[in-house]
Design a protein around this ligand. Structure first.
Ligand code: C5J
Length: 222
């Protein structure tokens, strides 16, 4: 059954059976004080603010029986998958792998690497650990989606202009039709979020579509 979300720049048609909900990096390291995002000097409050919206959409998607994928950015404890250029850049208060209030920053298995409890994955949902910003780089995501016959991605998460946008561009180049939920994504920089939404849907949805969560929920309940 095809449903259509009232989206920009025009309606987004999708079939639940061939669409995955993709939630990017809703990890304590980005959303809570003391994590990677905060170590870079960012205010995490705008990211925390989207949790109830992401939770509402996630619950509706689960209730409808849709497939869910969560991603987590992070590195192996020995940092073998962390390019030195990534670790050494800038002047953060804590570098990747340093010990902070939520364990080693951006390291798999540490408390800060976990997805926030409100959005914790449940049985049957796919969790993709990624070393980069894009969820397709050095991960099995594409193969997993292909195996399930997924052609469309509904995307939420953080941060809009970094991991979300990078992943949407990677997905677009692989042939997926992507919708970004406008109030289900956030940036430490509101102007970057606005610019990203605009550039994604420009030129006839050159990267994808955007829509408010209510428009997606209306389509799911139609
Ligand atoms: C960043 C992300 N911003 N998940 N990661 O470094 O967007």
């Amino acid at each position: 059954m095809t449903r259509t979300v009232a989206a920009q720049p025009f309606g987004y048609p999708f079939d639940l059976a061939t669409t995955a909900l993709l939630i990017i990096d809703m990890q304590r390291d980005f959303v809570e004080p003391g994590g990677f995002g905060a170590s870079l000097g960012n205010d995490v409050v705008p990211l925390q603010a989207i949790i109830p919206t992401v939770q509402r959409v996630l619950q509706a998607w689960r209730d409808a029986g849709g497939f869910v994928v969560h991603t987590r950015e992070g590195h192996r404890p020995d940092l073998s998958d962390c390019p030195p250029a990534k670790r050494e850049r800038g002047q953060p208060s804590l570098r990747i792998g340093d010990v902070g209030p939520m364990g080693r920053v951006l390291i798999r298995g540490e408390p800060g690497h976990a997805i926030v409890p409100e959005l914790a994955p449940i049985d049957g949902e796919l969790v993709i650990d990624k070393p980069g910003k894009g969820a397709f780089y050095a991960t099995p995501l594409n193969e997993a989606l292909q195996a399930k016959g997924i052609t469309h991605l509904v995307v939420m998460g953080v941060t809009t202009e970094v991991c979300v946008q990078t992943t949407m561009r990677e997905a677009n180049d692989r042939g997926y039709s992507c919708l970004l939920v406008e109030d289900g994504t956030a940036s430490y920089f509101p102007a970057f979020k606005d610019a990203t939404l605009a550039m994604i849907r420009a030129q006839g949805a050159i990267v994808g579509w955007t829509a408010p969560s209510q428009a997606l929920l209306d389509a799911l309940h139609a």
